[in-house]
Design a protein around this ligand. Structure first.
Ligand code: MG
Ligand code: ZN
Length: 333
């Protein structure tokens, strides 16, 4: 593993990094897998690793860097502003999606990929309209305008998406049923149906509302969803972009819940392993794993498989977060 010694001022370096891969036109455009551990700072990764027999898929990445996460609102960002930074390459105010601090609507890397002919996918262990995934398809002044955000997803033409929150599509103030309006989609109801579907556009609502945590029984596991999604997106000759979020690492931090945190990290870690296995086998796939911010001001002690966590706050913090990369152009981060 190599270390890039420059601390990047912004998470939006991810955006330029991904966008740069397009200028590399001599070769076939690479697949891009962006994985965001919400609230996953270095302590979360370390504790998760020690609790996982002292091992994580992140050890197998080629490059590692550090990223400063501040937003236009100040040092402490939220998932909307940092999601916008990663997706669109601009800083903005906390709570804002896809609009910069001068009120200009921004195109996301997902939309740029669509223009380049990429297939696209989004996976989250939260609802699909939650701030992190929404940063990739919505332009909204407030991340909490869930019904508007759901509408924007319904017209975005994403090839495949998996997450909770179908209620924002079907139980709406305007009485519309967006699932009915999205007639070109195959809406699957289980992981089996998801695996079997041959449709070119697939929506998989895992839960009506926000999905529960792993310790409260969330199914299916993220590695399974990731494997099937990558399988589907890579089945044609076109390159693909997918964003996969381990959403609830952040919620565990807000709850100051070490047990939840470690189970959410392990779930995300298994998905990272799936993505990395694919990238190693396929040879032209860039994988970037990072976080939008740290949550909880976490520290820990104990020993391998017996980690004792401590938290300093129930909010986000301004500490830098690591960035891991593997594959074509991973050195430029
Ligand atoms: Mg999130
Ligand atoms: Zn949070």
């Amino acid at each position: 593993m190599k270390i890039n010694k420059h601390f990047k001022e912004l998470l939006f370096v991810i955006f330029f990094f991904l966008n740069f891969t397009f200028s590399w036109s001599q070769k076939k455009l690479p697949n891009i897998i962006l994985m965001i551990g919400d609230g996953m700072g270095l302590s979360q990764i370390s504790a998760g690793m020690y609790a996982n027999d002292n091992s994580t898929a992140l050890e197998d990445f080629e490059y590692i860097g550090l990223s400063k996460t501040s937003s236009s609102s100040g040092l402490v960002t939220d998932s909307a502003a940092s999601g916008t930074a990663m997706a669109s390459g601009v800083k903005t105010l906390n709570k804002v999606l896809g609009i910069d601090s001068k009120n200009i609507f921004q195109k996301s890397i997902l939309e740029i990929c669509q223009e380049k002919g990429y297939k696209t996918g989004l996976i989250a262990t939260s609802s699909i309209v939650h701030a992190t995934p929404a940063s990739f398809y919505a332009n909204e002044v407030s991340r909490y305008n869930y019904e508007n955000i759901a509408y924007q997803l319904s017209i975005q033409n994403i090839d495949l998406f998996v997450g909770g929150g179908s209620k924002h599509f079907t139980s709406r103030k305007d009485k519309r049923n967006l699932i009915k309006e999205m007639f070109e989609y195959d809406f699957v109801k289980s992981i089996k149906e998801f695996e079997k579907s041959k449709a070119s556009k697939i929506g998989f609502f895992t839960y009506f509302d926000e999905p529960p945590s792993i310790i409260n029984g969330r199914e299916p596991n993220l590695d399974k969803i990731t494997r099937i999604a990558i399988d589907k997106l890579s089945s044609s000759n076109t390159p693909f972009f997918i964003m996969i979020e381990g959403s609830q690492i952040d919620w565990a931090g807000h709850n100051n819940d070490g047990k939840m945190l470690i189970s959410e990290f392990k779930d995300f870690n298994s998905a990272i392993r799936e993505a990395l296995n694919f990238a190693e086998f396929e040879g032209n796939t860039l994988v970037v794993v990072t976080a939008d911010h740290e949550t909880g001001g976490m520290s820990f002690s104990g020993r391998v498989n017996r980690v004792i966590t401590k938290f300093n706050t129930k909010s986000h913090t301004a500490t830098m977060v690591p960035v891991f990369s593997y594959g074509p152009n991973s050195q430029i981060i």
